[in-house]
Write a protein that binds this ligand. Sequence first.
Ligand code: FEO
Ligand code: CA
Ligand code: CA
Length: 626
Amino acid sequence: MPKDYERMEWSNRSERADLRSLCDLSRRRVLQGGTAAALAALGLAPASASSSGLLGFRGVPPSTADTVVVPEGYVAQVIAAWGEPVGLAGHMPPWRSDASHSAADQAAQLGMHHDGLHFFPLEGRSDRGLLVMNHEYADEGLLHPDGMTNWSAEKVRKSQAAHGISVVEVEERGGRWQLVRPSRYARRLTAFSPFALRGPAAGHPMMRTAADPAGRTVLGTLNNCAAGLTPWGTYLSGEENFNGYFAAPKQLDAHQRRWGLDADWGYRWHAFDERFDAARHPHEPNRFGWIVEVDPFDPQSVPVKRTALGRAAHEGATVAVTRDGRAVVYSGEDARFEYLYKFVSRDAIRPGGAKVNAELLDHGTLYVARFDADGRGRWLPLVHGRGPLTPANGFADQGQVLIQARQASDALRATPMDRPEWVAVNATTREVFCSLTNNTRRGTEGHPGVDAAHPRARNSMGHIIRWREEGDFDGETFTWDVFLLAGDPANPRPEAQGNIRGDAFANPDGLWVDARGVLWIQTDMSARVMGRGEFARLGNNQMLACDPTTGEVRRFLTGPRGAEITGATMTPDGTSMFVNIQHPGEPDNDRSDPAEPTKHSRWPDGGRPRSATVVVRRRDGGVVGA
Ligand code: FEO
Ligand code: CA
Ligand code: CA
């Protein structure tokens, strides 16, 4: 996530030891843990020693190298970088290192800035499947040869084409993965692909526009962040912070203000695609901020925005299943002092896959979380007519409750949270985890103060919260605790000191529980803080494995400079793990300089930095992490 809201002042701006020379010596883009001692000798914190039975690898130390580092005995291979053709038959424009490919080319290539992803096996195989992934945003400084100057309809179209979702077919041969091209499954969904609106807000007056008077078809998906999998074989994707894509009216009404429409992230889409001018099309923003569902096995299927799951700056969507077979979808809203949601389907999942469950997520109850000081919590239903959600308080119907889920959650006095990101469910232990990445405004003037669930003011490091539903996953009450406070335990500053057992990290974002019960944690320290001040000892962004029983955390992978690590998925046999490396070389102003595209990173291939998927395998072919 590039739009880091934390513009922090740092007294210590000295850079950490530059490891470029070390990398150049090796001339390898993927280092092995054998360099651990050398890296540790340069002043970075050491990796933890081995003790957990669940974690079978030797941890890697923090790194500032422009490369991906994995443990001894592991290899990492780059596949599916931005700009590679996805494999549409008859339309496979090659990557151009100067980024001179056209908008039409980009719409047939992997998008920019990979985020959540999932591996869907073909015929249950672990050597062939579909990789589906989100492309969260575009760095216009890298996307166009001349960056953000000379805006044109073509450049806007290319930026829109770099967003969305990709479906690629992948295959392993002799331990190496590759894209299968052409593939009948290959697909790009972009910021101009048609999506159907379904559920209670579909067709609502607040969803109607001049171009779509029925309010049932939206062009595009935006700022797709975390990914989820349904038990019926579809892919879920969260439309996260969409507000900054729109040009705001001069005078915002209360609804527009509540949804942050005064943000301006520098996209000039509205100048050439007027539906992104919210002054002229005030309902268009209401058509973003939803969970989208995609059937990756049917490239002809129309993807759907599921309005029953509520509108939010959705990080993602994580599915659990009740004992009687109903789907429960958890979703955090990554914005300061926003909320955590849970949807419970009315009906049980039916055997037979995507087609027979095509309406499952259209009927059910949406809840928002309240964390109480006594370690219990309550899911508050966002149901029209219940409690304050009445016409007298401005909620005309259920559609409006869902479109204005933030206002409804305000009215229900839900708990404002420290940017809830991914949710991970352990279906065996029935524990649910959510990363709260940071919130430096917590406890500052004019903002909510600390509470039991957010115990640190000016929360720069973030934490992970854990809960168990009382009864089944559909329970309306739960018990919770703070699972872990991120930050270096050696940091003397109490507000930033972590209580991690093992390897230190900051700003948890990606979370995923694998089949063995390992909680994988991925970090998103922004380019503004990485390597600076109290973040310096933590190195680049990284991925760690946690044994939730013992609490032990061990660093598994470190990323290249400026990159965020996000999204994790494995083949069914656990021998290949896919991880996304997002925005290598991100500068601290969010936009790269087109004159110096390689100034901050040359990952993965020595030129213009490109987001890409990395496959991590054990040399002995064993289960990753074991
Ligand atoms: Fe897109 Fe919240 O990270
Ligand atoms: Ca993030
Ligand atoms: Ca994220």
